[in-house]
Design a protein around this ligand. Structure first.
Ligand SMILES: C[S@@+](CC[C@H](N)C(=O)[O-])C[C@H]1O[C@@H](n2cnc3c(N)ncnc32)[C@H](O)[C@@H]1O
Length: 206
């Protein structure tokens, strides 16, 4: 069971956004893309029992950690983790069916992966979400070409030093990707530590 300090800090604020924006009265199907250690999915699954969660990861070591969390918490609403590369078409996403999901959650991946992952995330979410389904992304973003505050400017610089393909993405860029894939930005929620939750809704018909 790996433990990420950021996940420990942000799991409760993100859960609050899910509580506020996701129906708790009927059974729902969710996919988490880039589940990392497994801290988020097990936290959300304990609180939101009406949702069946499918964790996924690209990194093999993280898949082992997610399985360790599943073993520890014995949650019957968390499925075994699947290997998923967000940059690939959804047909390679471990058998996830088109228009089968109510919710896709993606935390702190968009700025720490190539643009192909972000493009794949929106394209795949557009395909696997049911009409009116929700894509929730969490992380730091640029707004109209501006990154604020200075700590996020420095974070963006450090990411680009580590990998030129990484870096904070602009919300307007994400909106155009969303639009191309039958989604629209419904809500922005400001989160602690200069992060945001972006809630993209799939159109009723595409
Ligand atoms: C900063 S970590 C965030 C992990 C977790 N969501 C969290 O918040 O603790 C970034 C994650 O993106 C994942 N990732 C990188 N490339 C990916 C890809 N092509 N497809 C899916 N996930 C990817 C990494 O394996 C890593 O777990």
């Amino acid at each position: 069971m790996l433990s990420a300090a950021a996940a420990e800090r942000n799991k409760e604020p993100i859960l609050a956004v899910l509580r506020e924006n996701v129906n708790n009265g009927r059974p729902l199907q969710a996919l988490e893309i880039s589940s990392g250690t497994g801290q988020h999915v097990t936290h959300f699954a304990q609180a939101l029992r009406n949702i069946t969660w499918q964790p996924s990861e690209y990194d093999r070591q993280s898949l082992v950690s997610i399985e360790a969390y599943r073993g520890r918490y014995q949650l019957n609403n968390v499925m075994p983790a699947i290997h998923l590369d967000a940059s690939l078409p959804y047909q390679y996403w471990g058998g996830i069916q088109p228009e089968s999901l109510d919710l896709v959650v993606n935390i702190n991946m968009i700025h720490i992966s190539s643009m192909a992952c972000t493009e794949g995330l929106f394209k795949g979410a557009g395909a696997v979400l049911k009409p009116r389904g929700l894509l929730l992304t969490y992380g730091p973003y640029a707004v109209n070409g501006q990154i604020t505050p200075q700590s996020n400017v420095e974070f963006d610089y450090s990411l680009r030093q580590r990998n030129p393909e990484w870096g904070l993405r602009d919300i307007s860029l994400l909106c155009s990707l969303a639009q191309r894939n039958g989604l629209y930005l419904e809500k922005i929620v400001d989160m602690p530590a200069n992060n945001k939750c972006l809630l993209f809704r799939k159109e009723s018909f595409v």
